[in-house]
Ligand binder design. Structure first.
Ligand SMILES: *Cc1c(COP(=O)(O)O)cnc(C)c1O
Length: 360
């Protein structure tokens, strides 16, 4: 029996995607599994082209943007962005709204001068400071922010409007969960294992004029220009199976109605869960201001922290898996990405209410 996996990543995949992968596992094309084909084969090149077309269509990505599928996870982008965009002696602005934006900033600090434009870390409940209060650098090379803080459960409601430099966004946990206006960004990146597929590739959507400025000592694999100039579909041996799975997930999103439908469903799931938290009279509570609560990662805490282990244990017993908060933050966290069905959230809410009735 399949359970509901509330993990922040690797996350649940849509059942029809897993079923199609299962059906095609032994003979995908040319009598081979997709795991056995070379990335230089005609079959795989066609797959890569279809994947790009789907992504362009779903997110309405303009032609002046290049799309890369790169190995190394979102963490590699924490280095790749400054290596390619931040010349020695120049400054980049970082917006700190939680764990991941801070990690990105700490890595960038190794390469150049970093200005922390704002930080929300000192006050609970967590909010996002108004853009007008950010202390941006006049001639910054770029402004980096994290659109959805996966661990803290904080999400921007709108793209921050800035004019001093290109905007770079880590959308690892919410790309494909809502419509976005790509033209407002210099770079958008997202690792696959939240909403796009299994772990193993990171999607980078980059405005072409930002490619080709890497510092001289940039490792070849970390230079966007080398990926741009590589023979299609990619620079080195690709994890073909992950690429294929991302393609299946994109086709599933399209088939379901696209990112607008995903956004509606995600809002409905999030509303259900936050209402259950807010209506528990303090038995459960959120540490995030209502206007910036993530629609896809819902961390919450129990009034009696010693009940948390029992909560997690009993939830797992009824098939509600991986609800533990991040090891640095504790508490409970329900990740309810695109592939989490409404029924999974309803089952969680019912469990929470019953747990409160018995233990409250
Ligand atoms: C998961 C996540 C990361 C880290 O991704 P890796 O693929 O493990 O490197 C970075 N940023 C955000 C916002 C994430 O959700």
């Amino acid at each position: 029996m399949r359970t509901y996996n509330f993990s922040a990543g690797p996350a649940m995949l849509p059942l029809p995607v897993l079923e199609q992968a299962q059906a095609e596992l032994l003979t995908w094309q040319d009598g081979m599994s997709v795991m056995e084909v070379t990335h230089r084969s005609a079959a795989f090149k066609a797959l890569a082209e279809q994947t790009e077309t789907l992504l362009r269509e779903l997110l309405n990505i303009p032609l002046q943007y290049k799309i890369f599928l790169l190995p190394g996870g979102a963490t590699s982008q924490f280095s790749m962005v400054p290596l390619n965009l931040l010349p020695v002696g120049k400054t980049a602005d970082y917006v700190i709204t939680g764990f991941w934006s801070e990690q990105a900033m700490l890595e960038a600090k190794r390469y150049g001068m970093i200005n922390i434009a704002t930080s929300n870390q000192n006050e609970i409940p967590f909010d996002i400071p108004a853009v007008s209060s950010w202390q941006l650098t006049k001639d910054a090379e770029y402004v980096h922010y994290t659109d959805n803080e996966t661990i803290d459960g904080i999400e921007f409601r709108a793209t921050p409007v800035i004019s001093n430099a290109p905007l770079v966004s880590d959308m690892s946990s919410n790309l494909l969960t809502k419509p976005i206006d790509v033209s407002q960004y210099g770079i958008i990146y997202a690792c696959a294992q939240k909403n796009l597929g299994p772990a193993g590739l990171t999607i980078v959507i980059i405005r072409k004029d930002l490619i080709g400025h890497a510092r001289a000592d940039t490792p070849g694999m970390f230079n966007y220009a080398n990926h741009l100039n590589a023979a299609p579909p990619c620079l080195n041996t690709a994890p073909t199976f992950i690429w294929y799975m991302i393609g299946l997930v994109l086709a599933w999103v399209k088939n379901e109605g696209g990112v607008t439908v995903m956004a509606e469903r995600n809002q409905q799931k999030a509303d259900l869960l936050y209402n259950a938290i807010d209506q528990s009279n303090g038995f459960y509570h959120s540490k995030v201001c209502a206007n910036v609560r993530s629609r896809v990662n819902v961390p919450f805490f129990l009034l009696k922290p010693d009940l948390e282990d029992i909560f997690l244990e009993e939830a797992a017993r009824v098939g509600l898996m991986n609800l533990a908060g991040h090891r640095q933050r504790g508490g409970v966290r329900a990740s309810i990405y695109n592939a989490m069905p409404l029924a999974g959230v309803k089952a969680l809410v019912a469990f929470m209410q019953e747990f409160e009735r018995v233990k409250g």
